[in-house]
Ligand binder design. Structure first.
Ligand SMILES: *Cc1c(COP(=O)(O)O)cnc(C)c1O
Length: 413
């Protein structure tokens, strides 16, 4: 399975796989086999006195986040939907969110009847607070679904001050910031609720899965009923007292989206190694950041001191390049085994699409985001890559950029 990086004539090639994650820890595999042998995969299928792995995981994740309550559910997208509807979003209400994000975010808003109001992006790839203030005023929205897209955390002190001033509630999308923090405070602890994903390409891996955390007992009681607890909510430990459900259980529709014990079994040991894995991701990130940062024409986002991130992907701008030159960089890199994603591509591809491909929402003018995304490249950093792999990848990117922007081209900077 391990690749060898070949040096064919003058051209190095990377033979690793950008979508290859690490195996599930042995303890998780072992526990998963026990769950399979028990046949009790459904979270409420417990024998007398038994706690399900799903309920245990919820308690452990709530503790990890320092949140009072946690619901484990079917996906990160589901987590955002159930958080928004349990917040009390009304049909047709405007919801502020990032223009630069992945499609499950506007999708979640739309699916619960909200109208996404997209907010511009800065060159540091975070939400633009000036545009946010403008759009709070023009939309009258009372909630921001903030996507910490690709792990970049906005200035949370200023952001929270602004939202407080304007009476806007915050729901965080922490799909790329599980394990990250701002000024010593964990991402996901700033708003009324936070949403996480345990889909394969995030920071813990159960194939699919998600979490909602909150300190608000009513929001959590609604989320539990909506997630499909039937009247079995007392099986939840990271949950409010049964009294919190007395009316809520009659007023909230079941929108089945539970997590099962098999996924919970493989996630529990991964939560324990998340901190160590953050360090391993960041070693790789720093290796790439250093090597890419010295290439002429490459601009990397500046990471603020207050931000502790999880470097599971890296982004850079090729500001001086034309669309044709960027396309050339991507295709020559791909020939040599390096997979770059381009947010500015005219056609959505793979996991990447931009706001103009979300035709189910109102068309919105976002000139700053468009300008930035047109120059923005993105690369995954799986933990299966070694530091040497990161150095090789950087050399290939360097050579492809240099070859695509010849010194005397009028467009090269
Ligand atoms: C992956 C992702 C989600 C949620 O993803 P699921 O695949 O539904 O678990 C949410 N937001 C962002 C920014 C993501 O990348």
């Amino acid at each position: 399975m391990r690749k060898t990086n070949t040096l064919s004539q003058d051209r190095e090639r990377f033979n690793g796989n950008f979508t290859q994650q690490e195996p599930i820890p042995d303890a998780g595999i072992q526990r998963a086999v026990e769950v399979l042998q028990s046949g009790r995969l459904h979270r409420y299928n417990v024998v007398e006195g038994e706690k399900s792995d799903t309920a245990l995981l919820e308690t452990e994740f709530a503790e990890y986040q320092g949140a009072r309550f946690c619901l484990a559910c079917a996906s990160g997208g589901y987590a955002m939907q159930v958080a928004l509807s349990s917040f009390g979003l009304e049909y047709g209400e405007p919801v502020l969110t990032n223009a630069f994000t992945l499609s499950p975010v506007p999708g979640a808003v739309h699916n619960v009847g909200g109208k996404p109001v997209l907010v511009e992006t800065t060159e540091q790839l975070v939400i633009d607070l000036v545009d946010l203030e403008r759009k709070i005023e023009s939309s009258g929205s009372r909630v921001l679904l903030l996507s910490h897209m690709r792990g970049h955390i906005a200035d949370m002190d200023h952001l929270c001050d602004l939202l407080d001033q304007k009476g806007v509630s915050l729901i965080e999308d922490c799909a790329h910031t599980m394990g990250a923090s701002w000024s010593g405070r964990l991402s996901g602890s700033f708003g009324v609720a936070a949403c996480f994903s345990s889909q394969t390409y995030k920071h813990i891996n159960s194939g699919e899965g998600g979490f909602v955390t909150t300190d608000d007992p009513d929001l959590m009681a609604r989320a539990i009923i909506r997630s499909g607890s039937y009247m079995l909510y007392e099986h939840h430990d990271a949950a409010p007292e049964p009294a919190a459900f007395s009316d809520i259980r009659f007023d909230n529709p079941n929108c089945s989206g539970r997590m099962d014990n098999l996924r919970a079994a493989i996630l529990r040991p991964q939560l324990k190694i998340l901190g160590g894995n953050r360090e391993r991701w960041n070693e790789r990130y720093h290796t790439l950041e250093q090597a890419l940062g010295v290439i002429k024409g490459v601009t990397l986002p500046i990471r603020p001191k207050a931000e502790v991130y999880v470097g599971s992907s890296i982004q850079f701008l090729l500001k001086e390049m034309t669309a044709e030159q960027i396309q050339m960089v991507i295709s020559t890199c791909r020939e040599r085994g390096v997979e770059l994603k381009w947010f500015g591509a005219s056609e959505p591809a793979g996991y990447t699409s931009s706001h103009d491909s979300w035709r189910y929402i109102d068309n919105q003018s976002l000139p700053a985001t468009d300008r930035i995304l047109s120059k923005l490249l993105d690369m995954r950093i799986p933990l299966t890559f070694s530091l040497e792999d990161c150095r090789l990848i950087s050399r290939i990117i360097d050579q492809c950029i240099t070859a695509s922007a010849p010194e005397n081209s009028p467009d090269a900077g």
